[in-house]
Design a protein around this ligand. Structure first.
Ligand SMILES: *Cc1c(COP(=O)(O)O)cnc(C)c1O
Ligand SMILES: [Zn+2]
Length: 416
C-alpha cells in the first residue's frame, strides 16, 4: 500500500511512490500528495512524528527533529509578544537532538529512507558543508553509501558525532572552486551506474523534511504563524515551509492564512533578493550576481551562496514569495555578527552563521514595521548548538578520499 503520489506542478502528470526528482515530460518539480490529509502525530521521538506527510513507508525512529519554543528574552528586547523560535540543532535542555547541528539532517533521514525503500544503492550530493555533514551522519547510521563533493571551504564543516564509516566517500575540491563547482562535479558523478543524485530542491523528501519545522511550529502554537523568518541560499527551506503551510491549510485545524515568508541573504551575494526587489521571476547573472565568485568569497555565511537556486521554476521560491506576499532582506556581515551576539546572550544557545543572518533580518523587519508587535512570528534558527555539542561529545573529522582541481576532472581519476 502506497502512502502518496507524486504530481508534476506543470502538467499534472502523476507518478507512483518512487525516488523521482522531476517530471519525465517537462523536467518540472514534483509535489507529493499524501493520502492522509489530516496531520496525525506518530509516537516517535523526532521527525518521525510527522510521518503523515513524509514520503517514506516506514516510520523514522531517529531522535533528530525540530523543536519550537516561545521566546522570552529576545521577544522582550524586540517588543514582540508572540515570537516563537524553531530550533534545529543540539540543545538537550530543550529536547533538541540534531547532532549535526542543522536542519539539513531533517532532509537527510527521509531521503536516505526513501532511497532504501526504492532500492537505490548510493547517493551523490554537493554540499557547502552542512548538507554533507548531515548525509555523512545518516550514512554512518544506516551504512548506505554517500558520495559527497565539497569545496575546500566546506571541509572543516565535515565533522561527525561518531567515527566515520567506509560508507562515506568525501571528494574535496581545491581552493578557487565554490559550491556551484561542487554541484557540477556531483552532477557528473551522479550519472555513473548505481548512483542516485540527491537532487536538492527537486528532492521531495528533502523538502518534506525541512517542512517539518513549520509543522512542528503549527502543532506547538496551535495554528500557523503569521510570519516565517529564515536565511536562504537555495531557498528550499522557504519552498518547504510554504508547501507545509499549504497542507496545514487543507487540514483545516491550523488556520487559513499562509505565513508570510520573510527571507534573507547575506551581502554582497544576494541574487534572489536582487531579483525579487526588481519584481523579476528570472535571475539575471550580470545584474543579480555580478562577479559571483568574488562576492561569494566576501560573504560571511557561505552556506547561503548558491549560484543556481530553484527560484524561477514553477513551484519554486518566486512562486512561494508571490503566494505568501513575501519579503526579502539583504544583511551585512556586521548586522549578522551583532544579531548573533544578541541572540546568543538573550536565548542562551550558540547559533550558526546563516541563523545569525536570519536573526538580523528579524531585527530589520521589526524596525521597518514588517511585523506587528502581537503577530505570531516563527524564527527558523536552522542551525545551532555546535558549541553546546562540543561540551558533551568528541567530534571526528571526515577525511577526503580524493581532492580534485576542477569540475571537469576525468571521472576515472576519482577511482569510484
Ligand atoms: C542550508 C542552510 C540554510 C539555507 O537553506 P535553504 O536551502 O536555502 O533553504 C540556512 N541555514 C542553515 C543553518 C543551513 O544549513
Ligand atoms: Zn510534467
Amino acid at each position: 500500500m502506497g502512502r502518496f503520489i507524486l504530481k508534476c506542478l506543470k502538467c499534472g502528470r502523476e507518478y507512483g511512490q518512487e525516488y523521482r526528482l522531476t517530471c519525465e515530460d517537462d523536467n518540472s518539480l514534483l509535489r507529493a500528495e499524501y493520502f492522509e490529509k489530516r496531520l496525525e502525530l506518530r509516537d516517535q521521538p523526532g521527525i518521525g512524528r510527522f510521518h503523515s506527510w513524509l514520503p517514506v513507508q516506514e516510520e523514522l525512529t531517529t531522535e533528530a527533529g525540530p523543536i519550537t519554543y516561545k521566546s522570552e528574552a529576545l521577544a522582550k528586547e524586540l517588543g514582540l509578544s508572540n515570537l516563537y523560535i524553531g530550533f534545529s540543532g543540539y540543545w538537550p535542555e530543550k529536547g533538541a537532538f540534531i547532532k549535526t547541528c542543522s536542519f539539513k539532517e531533517l532532509e537527510a533521514h527521509p531521503t536516505m529512507q526513501l532511497l532504501k525503500e526504492s532500492r537505490g544503492k548510493a547517493i551523490v550530493l554537493a554540499s557547502a558543508g552542512n548538507t554533507g555533514r548531515a548525509f555523512a551522519h545518516t550514512s554512518a547510521l544506516t551504512g548506505i553509501d554517500v558520495y559527497i563533493v565539497v569545496p575546500d571551504s566546506g571541509i572543516p564543516k565535515l565533522w561527525l558525532p561518531e567515527e566515520p564509516t567506509d560508507s562515506i566517500h568525501l571528494i574535496s575540491m581545491t581552493p578557487g572552486n565554490d559550491y556551484t563547482d561542487a554541484i557540477n562535479l556531483a552532477g557528473r558523478i551522479a550519472k555513473l551506474p548505481g548512483m542516485v543524485p540527491e537532487g536538492g530542491a527537486r528532492n521531495v523528501a528533502r523538502r518534506e523534511g525541512m517542512g517539518t519545522v513549520m509543522l512542528d511550529a503549527a502543532v506547538t502554537i496551535g495554528k500557523m504563524p503569521d510570519h516565517y523568518f529564515q536565511a536562504v541560499g537555495s531557498g528550499t527551506g522557504g519552498i518547504s515551509a510554504w508547501e507545509a503551510a499549504l497542507r496545514l491549510r487543507d487540514d483545516g485545524r491550523f488556520g487559513s492564512g499562509l505565513p508570510k515568508l520573510q527571507l534573507a541573504q547575506n551581502l554582497p551575494f544576494v541574487p534572489m533578493y536582487s531579483a525579487w526587489q526588481a519584481g523579476r521571476r528570472e535571475i539575471i547573472p550580470e545584474i543579480d550576481m555580478k562577479d559571483a565568485k568574488k562576492q561569494i568569497e566576501e560573504t560571511y555565511a557561505t552556506v547561503l551562496t548558491n549560484r543556481a537556486p530553484p527560484y524561477s521554476v514553477i513551484g519554486g521560491l518566486y512562486d512561494a514569495l508571490v503566494d505568501t506576499d513575501g519579503i526579502m532582506y539583504a544583511v551585512t556581515k556586521e548586522e549578522a555578527l551583532e544579531a548573533k551576539a544578541l541572540f546568543e546572550s538573550l536565548e542562551g544557545i550558540d547559533i550558526l552563521p546563516p541563523s545569525a543572518v536570519a536573526v538580523a533580518s528579524l531585527l530589520k523587519a521589526v524596525e521597518a514595521g514588517n511585523v506587528g508587535k502581537d503577530d505570531t512570528i516563527l524564527l527558523n534558527i536552522a542551525g545551532g548548538g555546535f558549541k553546546r555539542l562540543k561540551e558533551d561529545i568528541t567530534l571526528f573529522q571526515v577525511e577526503p578520499e580524493v581532492t580534485v582541481r576542477d569540475s571537469d576532472v576525468p571521472l576515472e581519476d576519482l577511482k569510484i
